[in-house]
Design a protein around this ligand. Sequence first.
Ligand SMILES: [Fe+2]
Ligand SMILES: [Fe+2]
Length: 213
Amino acid sequence: MHSRRLTPLDRLFDQSQRALETVFGAPHAERANPAGDAAEVVLDDTERRHAAGLMRINHVGEVCAQALYCGQAAVARDPATREHLLHAAQEETDHLAWCGDRLRELDSRPSLFNPLWYGGSFAIGVLAGLRGDGWNLGFVVETERQVEAHIDEHLDSLPPADIRSRAILEVMKADEARHADNAEAAGARVLPPPIPSVMAAASKFMKAVAYRL
Ligand SMILES: [Fe+2]
Ligand SMILES: [Fe+2]
C-alpha cells in the first residue's frame, strides 16, 4: 500500500483516518456497483423495510470486516500478512460503498451503532493479531465463511423482486469466498473452539440490532 517506511505515528494517523472514513465518510468503491442499471422495482413498505434491514446488516458486516482487518494489519508481524489484510480491506471498501448506495436507494440509513461496531471489531482484530499471523489469517477465514453464510440467508430472504440488492450480494458472496480461500492458502490456522461459536453469537447479536437500528 505504501512504499516508504511508516512510523507508528503515521500508522496511527492512517488508522484513524480510515476509521472516520468508514464510519462517517462516503467510502469510494474502486469497482462499479454490480446493481448497474438493473431496474428499480416498486417494493411495498413492508418489503422495502425488510430489504433495508438486511442491507443494513450487510453494511454493518462490512464496517466490522474493515475494522477487523485494519486492527489485525496494525499488529501483523509479517509484511506479507499485513499486505494481505490491507488488500482484503480494500475490497471490503467496495462492499461497504455498494451497501451504502443500496440503503440510500431504499430510503434508509446505516446502523446508528457503526462507531461501536467499528471500535469493537478493531479491538478484536488487534487481539487476534497479537496472537500471531496464523491466528490472524484464521480469523479472516472464519469471518469470511460466516459472512458468506449470512449473505446466503439474505439471498433467500430478500423480496424476490429486489434484483438490485441481489446483484450486490451475489458479487459480495463470491468475493468473501475468495478472501477465505486466499487466507487459507496464506497459512491460516483453524481456530479452536469456542472461538468460532463466540464469533457466531456476536454476529447474531449484531444482526438482531442492525436489522432495526
Ligand atoms: Fe465484504
Ligand atoms: Fe471479505
